[in-house]
Design a protein around this ligand. Structure first.
Ligand SMILES: Cc1cc2nc3c(=O)[nH]c(=O)nc-3n(C[C@H](O)[C@H](O)[C@H](O)COP(=O)(O)O)c2cc1C
Ligand code: SF4
Ligand code: SF4
Length: 271
């Protein structure tokens, strides 16, 4: 394969974007980022493997930053020539691309291009349900953006989307997001499962980091949560909540991505 796209996706937006870029590139392989990546999927310079022309990183924005698992993965990445990042988000990317750029630099790599793809927020804690027409428009716009990204990747263009101004990002990060981001595994303890649970095991199957264990009583949340909201979105019984705040919120479903797509996406983890 000429191009390689590593991606992380909780509820499917980033998987959708990664697939769209893959479709436009024609000759690209998609690899989900998991906690323990098999060496053959991260190595590029080994004798038997051809170095891809481009490496893409596609992931959601969490509190103005990339997910922790993506930052950990970046530190394990081998040296590569053309790396681009695609951050999917609601509408507030913060300085996510700059965080990726700096993280790559720490590892001796350079970010050649960075893109923001605004879709729809899956952070259902905030009461911001979007209308069908808003969702339709957002995905249409995002689709053209993925085509533009693929074209730039083919040409190895340098590009950096405009990020949010520091006067907004800095105070919000300092007061709210940075302290919360550091405590993401702790925040994962605020998930609860109510009596509507029918033990179907879907929450376990859609979790990208094996943070949910089925027990005879109820699913149990462990301590590695990434706060991706996949479990809460896909529970067919609406039995999972994160604090009482999500009780009456509509669960987010990414247009064009099914539960089976998400479960299949966890293939490397479940193997
Ligand atoms: C814990 C959490 C924090 C988030 N923080 C932001 C944010 O700071 N800005 C934003 O625009 N969207 C934010 N979002 C929304 C996601 O970035 C967005 O819905 C993304 O496309 C989800 O991708 P996925 O479906 O691949 O997981 C957040 C979502 C979660 C679950
Ligand atoms: S997905 Fe929902 S119903 Fe199924 S086991 Fe998990 S909590 Fe229970
Ligand atoms: S426990 Fe739920 S929110 Fe946490 S990583 Fe797993 S699926 Fe995502």
């Amino acid at each position: 394969m000429t191009h390689r796209i590593y991606y992380f996706s909780g509820t499917g937006n980033s998987l959708w974007a990664a697939r769209k870029i893959q479709e436009s590139l024609l000759d690209a392989e998609l690899i989900p980022i998991t906690k323990e990546m098999p060496a053959e999927l991260t190595a590029q310079t080994s004798e038997n493997l051809q170095m891809p022309e481009s490496i893409g990183l596609v992931f959601p924005v969490y509190m103005f930053k990339p997910p922790r698992i993506v930052l950990e993965f970046i530190q394990k990445m081998p040296k590569s020539n053309y790396i681009y990042a695609v951050a999917t988000c609601g509408n507030s990317p913060g300085k996510t691309l700059s965080v990726v750029k700096n993280s790559l630099l720490e590892n001796g790599n350079t970010l050649s291009a960075g893109y923001i793809v605004s879709l729809v927020s899956n952070f259902i804690v905030l009461p911001k349900t979007k209308s069908d027409s808003y969702v339709e428009k957002a995905f249409k716009k995002a689709e053209s953006k993925t085509q533009e990204i693929a074209m730039n990747v083919q040409k190895k263009t340098s590009h950096f989307d405009k990020e949010m101004p520091g006067v907004i990002v800095k105070p919000v990060s300092w007061l709210l997001f940075n302290p919360a981001y550091k405590r993401i595994p702790v925040l994962g303890k605020f998930f609860s499962v109510n009596d509507k649970c029918n033990h179907c095991g879907i929450c376990r199957d859609v979790c990208p980091v094996q943070n949910i264990k089925m027990t005879a009583a109820k699913p149990v949340f462990l301590h590695e949560c990434e706060m991706c909201f996949s479990c809460i979105s896909w529970c067919p019984q609406k039995a999972i909540n994160w604090t009482p705040l999500t009780k009456y919120r509509k669960r987010y479903k990414c247009k064009g991505i099914s539960k089976n797509d998400i479960v299949a996406d966890r293939y490397y983890k479940n193997k």
